[in-house]
Each structure stands twice: as C-alpha cells, then as structure tokens.
Design a protein around this ligand. Structure first.
Ligand code: AMP
Length: 410
C-alpha cells in the first residue's frame, strides 16, 4: 500500500491544515482536573506537527478521546491533551470548546501562520460515530487539505476518520507512514511459527478480526474477555463473565451474533485456536473479591454468580510453551483484569515470556502498552504500535478504511 505523503504536497506553505490525530490517551484525575499519564500517542505525532510548523501552516487538530457516547462529558474534554501538546512543543496550543459551528469557524479563519488550535472531542456528537456526511462536511469546511496521522483510529468508519477524507485532498502524516512501513516489514514474510495472543475486552472487534488472523497464524492463544465468548460458544458455562454477544456494527448497521461467529471460527480452526482450560473466577472485580479456581479439565464449573477474571496456572504453562516455540508473536490485549493485582498474574507471566522470547514481537493497544509499563518491560519488544485494533486489523490483512482515500492510484 503506497500512501500519499505530506512530503508530496506542493505549495504547503501557509496552508490551512486539518490535522487528524489519535489522542485517545489515558488520563488521571488530579485535584479538580485531569492530567495525561502517558503521552506516547501525542509525542509520536510531533514530527508531523513540526514539519507543518516549519512550513508555516495554520494547524487545526481534531481527535476523539474515550467513549463519551455522543454527549458532552467533562472528563473527556481535550484540555489536558492540548496542555500536554503545548508542553511538548513549547508553544501555545489554543483549545476550543466545540469542534463545529460559526464560532469555531471564525477562530479557524483568524488563525495565523504557525499557530495551532485543538478542537473539542468529536465524540461529543453522536453524528461522529454515525459517520454523518453533514458532520464530516462541517468538520472539513474551510480547510485546504487534511493530514491524517491517526493510525490508532484508522480502522473506524466515522465522520472524522473516513468521512472527512471524502471532502478534501488527504495526505498521510509521518506516524501513519512509520506504522504502515514497520508493520508491513513484519508481515511480509513472518518467521514461523507465528503465534498471536489475543485478550482484552473489545470482544466484538477482536473476534471479527480473528476470522482473518487465523488464516495467517500458526497458533492463536486466547485470553481475557475474548476467551469468554469462545467458551460460551463451545458450551462451557461462563457465569457472570463479561461478554459482548450481540453487537451492532455501526458502519454496516447490522446486528452480529459473536457467539455464533466464535463457534464457526473455532470449529473450522480447532487445531490453531487454543482456549484457556483453567481460570481464576471471582464474585466481583475488586482486590477484596472472593476468588475460586475453576479447572474445566476436571469438569469443574464456575459459580453462576462469579466471573472469569484471569487465566489459571495450567493455561499459563500451556501458553508459555507455545510462546517459547514462536518465531513471530503478535500480542494484543491482557489475559485478565490486570489493573487489579489479584487478577494480573496471567498477564504478567505472558508479558514476561514474550519479552524474554527471541522472536519478532509486535504489540498493539493502549492496555497492552500499560501492561508493558506496569512490569517494566519497555524496550524488550521488536515493535510497539500506537494502535491496538488498527494494528491487529492491518496485520490480519484488512484494509484500514480511513487510509482508503489516501492511497496512491496504482
Ligand atoms: P482491550 O482494550 O480490548 O485490550 O481491553 C483491555 C481491558 O480488558 C482491560 O481493561 C482489562 O481489565 C480487560 N479485561 C481483560 N480480561 C478481562 C475479563 N476476563 N473480563 C473483563 N475484562 C477483562
């Protein structure tokens, strides 16, 4: 895939640029305000911003943060993000309290060369996730071009990802280029065995990608919430475990039954998909929870009021054997609720094993990155993508919808 790059824009100097980034960063409450606890997704876009500044562009930044669900939620405002960007750039970044409308338009019109504005979280409007054409048109109104550097959000079909690219010439920023080039190199001729480790809670996204990933992987080790759907699909009772069995695909506007899909994938690829066989279950997601081990191989069943919150020791041992044999590893998503120490052991053991392994290891996803930080394993992996879902879809061979209009004609 060859993308149109900002390097190729003729007469960029002084242009009004809508810069789409993925500043979906973790925040922490401090006193009455929120602060950015991990600025990697912001720092990774600095080469693009500095390039645009050198060209004296007028830069307007747009992103979403969290899942406010189409309404204004104070904790998802982008003010702390603008503050962090301003610190990193050592330059003022004016944050506006909306992303469309006459007041915003007037501010954008008044921008001088080399100045930066950050718009408010686009997910404060439900039109964003509905991929409204009108909303996309309003966002893109008045600009000369779009620079797309939001790799981590490129797999979503939303107004500010795919929608805006239909209105204006769009070019890839340096982060998008870096991600695509690095991931491309890894998947071109992966060393085998290729082992994918898939966990976490975005069950619907991950099960949908598994259908394709399973074709290229030699083994897929499943944990976290994703395991629950497969267990349910093969008839193992999961009690009160977290599940997303029915999901509305916003872009395609259709209902998908993920239990059925998981069953279909498992039945076709039993030899590749490895499911946990023992678990740590608990009555609540809390360090003080009552905990019970469940070993499905011994025909033990979960207490119907309990949830599976981590993989058990037998599963860990099995997964470590596969990781030891692997020559390429894709890891996306924790094996359990690692934020709570009681349920973090499986994730810690898997993280340490991947870090120790001599394989080419590719990690993606905000939470997978948090795991790496939590266990001081930074620098021990071949490549850490800024995008979880996006890197997984790309590795599985899917086209990232937001990049479609940035591709060069062949
Ligand atoms: P994701 O963004 O899909 O990688 O999901 C990460 C989240 O998955 C983390 O916040 C974990 O706490 C959560 N998670 C992992 N395992 C489970 C589980 N068994 N039940 C509920 N949540 C889980």
């Amino acid at each position: 895939m060859k993308l149109k790059s900002i390097r190729e824009v003729k007469h960029l100097t002084g242009k009004k640029v809508l810069l789409r980034v993925a500043y979906d960063v973790p925040l922490e409450e401090k006193g009455k305000s929120w602060i950015v606890v991990d600025d990697r997704r912001i720092a990774e876009t600095l080469p693009t911003i500095k390039y645009l500044l050198k060209k004296r562009c007028r830069i307007v930044i747009v992103s979403w943060l969290g899942r406010p669900g189409g309404k204004v939620i104070e904790k998802y405002r982008l003010d702390p993000v603008a503050k962090k960007l301003s610190e990193l750039l050592k330059k003022p970044v004016k944050k506006l309290n909306d992303c469309i409308g006459p007041k915003i338009f007037a501010e954008i019109q008044a921008l001088k060369p080399g100045e930066i504005i950050m718009l408010e979280n686009v997910r404060f409007y439900s039109a964003e996730e509905e991929n409204s054409k009108m909303f996309a048109g309003l966002l893109a109104y008045g600009f000369d071009l779009i620079v797309f550097d939001a790799f981590a959000q490129a797999h979503r079909v939303h107004a500010s990802t795919t929608g805006i690219t239909k209105f204006l010439p769009t070019y890839a920023g340096f982060l998008v280029e870096k991600e695509i080039n690095s991931l491309n190199q890894i998947i071109k001729k992966p060393k085998r065995p290729l082992v994918a480790i898939i966990g976490g809670a975005k069950i619907s996204d991950k099960v949908a990608v598994l259908e394709e990933l399973v074709k290229m992987a030699d083994k897929i080790l499943i944990g976290g919430g994703v395991a629950n759907i497969f267990l349910k699909a093969i008839g193992v009772s999961v009690g009160h475990s977290y599940l997303q069995d029915n999901f509305i695909d916003q872009a395609k506007r259709k209902k998908v039954n993920f239990v059925k899909l998981a069953r279909k994938i498992y039945q076709r690829h039993k030899n590749k998909i490895v499911l946990p066989t023992d678990f740590i279950s608990a009555n609540k997601m809390d360090q003080g929870a009552l905990v019970e081990m469940v070993d499905a191989k011994q025909n033990q069943k979960i207490n119907p009021r309990f949830m599976f919150l981590d993989i058990g020791p037998g599963t860990i041992a099995r997964y470590l054997t596969e990781i030891k044999k692997a020559k390429t590893i894709f890891w996306n998503g924790p094996m359990g609720v690692f934020e709570i120490n009681k349920f973090a052991f499986g994730t810690k053991k898997i993280a340490e094993a991947v870090a120790r392994s001599q394989s080419v290891s590719v990690l993606g996803g905000g939470d997978t990155e948090s795991v790496v930080k939590k266990y001081n394993l930074e620098g021990k992996f071949s490549y850490v993508s800024t995008g979880g879902g996006a890197s997984l879809e790309f590795l599985a061979g899917r086209e990232l919808p937001a990049l479609k209009n940035i591709q060069k004609a062949r």
